[in-house]
Write a protein that binds this ligand. Structure first.
Ligand code: AQP
Length: 332
């Protein structure tokens, strides 16, 4: 079976609809066909200031949400990044292979550091994509299911894997991004020109899966559309409506053209009211399942411990080979 690997940050508490539709939903599907490794990336979370207690709680919360979304520990390996020390160890080697200019070209760093102020941004935030390179290469992943915003980081991963292999001999699989066109980028409900994001979205434009479903329904009903009245999928001219159709279609499995037919002659209000119900029907059981996992932290921690053990077996082998290739003297 080909292998996939991906991760999600525990930073914000609740996952948002962009995280779910852009990434986690694909993770659930891929565990059926792939040897799948999924992790909560707590090392990445500390690239911006963190409250320790919140980080611990949010790490469990992220794992609970992944299980609630449908990850099955019998079908995939689910673990916490800091439980596998090889991530930080391989990241150091990758740091030493990356050009400073090359790292400086990562647009996500530019965006995020601009927001924080360049002097406040940590070196960790700068080298974040290089840790991500190590995350992926350790598992010899063939594919990495992510949203469009991660494409540049997967490109960097490919470049560094090729560089390492060229310099030290064949060691790493060259991974490909796995990005579904339809859900590659879910947009902010209030500003459909920007992606839905925990840091950039306005509260009204961001659907957090664990929020009160009533408040969520209201956000969907007040989504920004356009001055036209036709329900048609046309991302260029009708970005707001198109985003709503994407969400509707993926949550219900109804193809977009069928939705267009269904709403022919109806106003945007009908689409939004129905979509609000669809979203509520999705988030309500999701919240309940998440809470059930949180209510039993022992089971949750033991799932994560087993996952870490499986992950370490793979990661340790790749790291040992990388150390040998680089020429580190083996420890006796
Ligand atoms: N709007 C989105 N549409 C599609 N996919 C998205 N992802 C995030 N936003 C969208 C995908 O979710 C996965 C996990 O993301 P992450 O936890 O690594 O965090 P992120 O990318 O930093 O999430 P945000 O909300 O976008 O955070 P900020 O605001 O800090 O930048 C990834 O696969 C991502 O592509």
């Amino acid at each position: 079976r080909p292998r996939v690997l991906s991760g999600i940050q525990p930073t914000a508490g609740s996952f948002h609809l962009g995280n779910y539709l852009g990434a986690v939903r694909q993770w659930v599907a891929l565990q059926e066909s792939h040897d799948a490794f999924y992790m909560v990336v707590d090392l990445h979370a500390i690239t911006v200031p963190q409250d320790p207690k919140e980080l611990t709680a949010n790490t469990r919360l992220a794992a609970a949400q992944l299980l609630a979304a449908g990850l099955d520990p019998e079908r995939c390996t689910l673990f916490v990044q800091s439980h596998v020390p090889e991530h930080a160890q391989l990241a150091w080697i990758m740091n030493c292979l990356t050009g400073f200019g090359e790292a400086s070209r990562m647009t996500q760093f530019k965006d995020k550091s601009a927001k924080q102020g360049a002097d406040r941004a940590s070196v960790g935030l700068f080298t974040y994509p290089i840790l991500q390179v190590a995350d992926i290469l350790l598992y010899q992943a063939n594919e990495v299911p992510v949203g469009e915003d991660q494409r540049q980081h997967i490109e960097l991963t490919r470049d560094l894997a090729e560089r390492f292999n060229g310099r030290f001999g064949q060691t790493f699989t060259i991974p490909k991004p796995y990005i579904l066109k339809e859900t590659a980028k879910i947009y902010d409900l209030q500003d459909p020109a920007i992606k839905m994001s925990k840091s950039a979205s306005t509260p009204k434009g961001l659907i957090n899966l664990l929020d009160d479903p009533k408040a969520t329904a209201k956000k969907v009903r007040s989504a920004v559309t356009d001055t036209d009245t036709v329900v048609r999928f046309d991302p260029e001219n009708k970005p707001g409506v198109s985003n709503l159709l994407t969400v509707y279609s993926t949550l219900t499995g109804t193809p977009v053209p069928e939705l267009e037919r269904q709403y022919e002659g109806k106003l945007y209000g009908a689409l939004k009211t129905d979509l609000a119900d669809v979203v509520v029907d999705f988030v309500t059981p999701f919240r309940d399942r998440t809470q059930q996992y949180l209510d039993d932290p022992e089971t949750l921690d033991s799932i994560l411990a087993k996952g870490a053990e499986k992950a370490r077996a793979v990661a340790a082998e790749t790291l040992a080979r990388s150390y040998e290739r680089v020429g580190f003297l083996p420890a006796k």
